[in-house]
Design a protein around this ligand. Sequence first.
Ligand SMILES: [Zn+2]
Length: 389
Amino acid sequence: MVNGHTHLFQTLFRGLADDKSLLDWLRDCIWPAAGEIDAETARAAATLGLIENLRSGASTVIDHQYVHADPDIDDAICQVAADLGIRFELARGWADRNYHPPLTESADTVLERVEPLRQTWHGSCDGRITIGLAPLIPWGCSDEAMVATAAAARSWGGHIHTHCAETEIEVEMNLKERGLRHVPWLDSLGVLGPDVQLAHSVWLDETEIQLIAERGASVVHCPVSNMYLASGIAPIRALLDHGVNVALATDGSGSNNRQDMFETCKTTALLQKVGRHDAMALQPEEVLAMACRGGAKLLTRADDLGAVQPSWKADLVVVDLASPFVAPVHRLPSALVYCATPRDVVHVLVDGRFIIRDRKLTTANEKAALADATAAAKKVLGRAGMPTR
Ligand SMILES: [Zn+2]
């Protein structure tokens, strides 16, 4: 499975600011704590976050990484992914206005800093690691910077990743300021296209769904986060019916609070059913297709990822179906979506290499990673003057 949208640094902050709406959650928790993260603590967060992803059935992760108070953070995270052996895209995040000042950068700074990162990492580890550019949110990004960074990403074949229409209030803010909802605004700048990854996309109208379909952009659905922050129910059934590619994701651990693709799959089905008062609204086969094939298309890798095929990349998760949580199995897609959990993951292979074998991580010391992340969380929260246990 592909976890198409997360923020690995938030591994340090799970449970810290539960029960808040998106904008309060950002202001009270994420901003003050994120500004204190450096390369060392980011490395600890990414290591634990990626181990959690692997154990939860994700062989690929896209990290929307927008914390750059220390400019060495991106490089440190890519090194973690390289060493762990996971398939990884660093969606290099940025905001150039209206945002928390330590997390704000000008477009020139973003373009200057992304260049060495791209040269070192894009396509490295036999294509396992890639770099995209990732405008954070419409209200944090100027039109000029959107155009400049989209052109830069396209110049090296990188993806453009952004939060889109996550909450109703953000769409209203864009309407007030720019006279356009999020999707037409992206299109008016020439940004919308098949290389665009739209995280959330909860508050879309019919015209926007059609526009996404016409331009061939992908939507990344984050159902647990959307429930956690009470953002709303994304129109996944309608998007699929219009032929839009939909991938699945956990979002960051600050708003989930886990990195569990099995939970994401189950919640995806349940949320469409309850939202539409229709038990047939989404089938487990469709959910698995989004988690695997949808993720491959999101990465524009539909020709060698996301299915088991001769000569394709062997990114595989082996699940124990004879476990007390899953057996007896009558229908495989149903067992995987509604029953299986991270406890049932036996092996994880990426590019043909065992990263987890017989439930044991082969590429890092998991105990040390847990201790490092716990110490890093304490350090960051201490610097931010936030209470810790
Ligand atoms: Zn997010």
